[in-house]
Design a protein around this ligand. Structure first.
Ligand SMILES: [Zn+2]
Length: 318
């Protein structure tokens, strides 16, 4: 087939991925740069069946068929790749996020399906942290949520209650100045909890700036640790957590402006989505950002039951 230019804008992406050969070439180039192999047994001996747009594993031990979706976040879904990739494009490239309601309207899938797609895509974006943060690092916590009084009583009951602040969930943020951010849901604001997170995410010996919470006492031996007491000296030269303050306001604006409500159970996936966009905000265009995201779809599965915490119901919502 002709060498078609890969998409850079949303319009180009929608047109490009509407073509099944383009979808296939785009995904093969990222998933199997060394040639297509069977996702189940790893065999290189596979036969493409163009009529069905799938492969037949020719290994004597296997002989099963697979598609582009097998072994990815798209597996077992009746949704076409054109819709999956269009949804993914919007999620990774819309600065404040996009709600499942917008996906539902834009793609013509049911809202429940759109919601599930959203969560699977976020799941792919939540690539486990690999390298520890270094340089000048800020650490801070915040609370997300707390609109429980506006909710129906049944919904309110499902909300968990965080330590101290009712109906809110504690989130720990760690930011490398001029670089990456990590944001994780923490069960409480105890010293041991917060310190364990810092030690897990931050290289020893770096300059760490945190607020005056007593919780950070004791980290000084591992980090050149400086404290900001917000009440006294909000900004004292380098000793501040302004980078994280900016990230929190962006995050909260995104959540309250885009999503109707985020239940604590799902909050970590929204954090994954927002941190993915933040960490890929500079030095790349929309097409390149999407490319990074697509490389993360492999080897990830998330069933509807895992997602909702339920054990009944079918695999895919209608
Ligand atoms: Zn095989």
């Amino acid at each position: 087939m002709e060498n078609v230019k890969e998409p850079v804008t949303l319009l180009e992406a929608i047109l490009y991925f509407a073509n099944r050969d383009n979808c296939r070439e785009y995904l093969i180039a990222r998933r199997w740069p060394g040639g297509v192999t069977c996702p189940r047994c790893g065999s290189k001996s596979v036969i493409f069946q163009s009529k069905h747009n799938r492969w037949q594993c020719a290994s004597h031990h296997d002989r099963r068929q697979f598609t582009l979706k097998t072994g990815t976040i798209f597996e077992d879904s009746p949704i076409g790749l054109d819709k999956w990739l269009a949804a993914m494009w919007q999620i990774v490239n819309c600065k404040n996020g996009i709600s499942s309601y917008e996906i539902h309207r834009a793609l013509g899938v049911t809202q429940k399906t759109a919601w599930f797609m959203d969560h699977r895509i976020r799941f792919a974006l939540g690539m486990g942290a690999v390298n520890k943060l270094s340089g000048e690092v800020e650490a801070d916590e915040t609370f997300i949520g707390g609109k429980a009084r506006n909710m129906h009583i049944a919904q309110r009951k499902r909300r968990i209650t965080g330590t101290g602040t009712k109906d809110k969930t504690a989130v720990m943020g760690i930011l490398e100045r001029g670089g990456r951010v990590r944001a994780t849901v923490v069960p409480n604001r105890k010293k041991s909890t917060l310190q364990a997170d810092v030690k897990k995410q931050v290289e020893a010996g770096v300059a760490l700036y945190a607020d005056a919470l007593l919780s950070y006492e004791g980290l000084a031996s591992d980090y050149a640790h400086q404290v900001v007491d917000h009440a006294v000296q909000y900004v004292d030269g380098k000793v501040h957590t302004n980078g994280l303050e900016n990230f929190w306001s962006m995050l909260k604006r995104g959540i309250s402006g885009t999503y109707i409500s985020v239940e604590p159970f799902h909050l970590f996936r929204y954090l994954d989505e927002q941190t993915f966009r933040y960490n890929h905000r500079q030095g790349m265009n929309d097409g390149e950002r999407f490319d990074v995201a697509v490389r993360q779809i492999v080897g990830k599965r998330l069933t509807f039951n895992q997602l909702t915490g339920k054990t009944n119901s079918g695999a895919w919502p209608n």
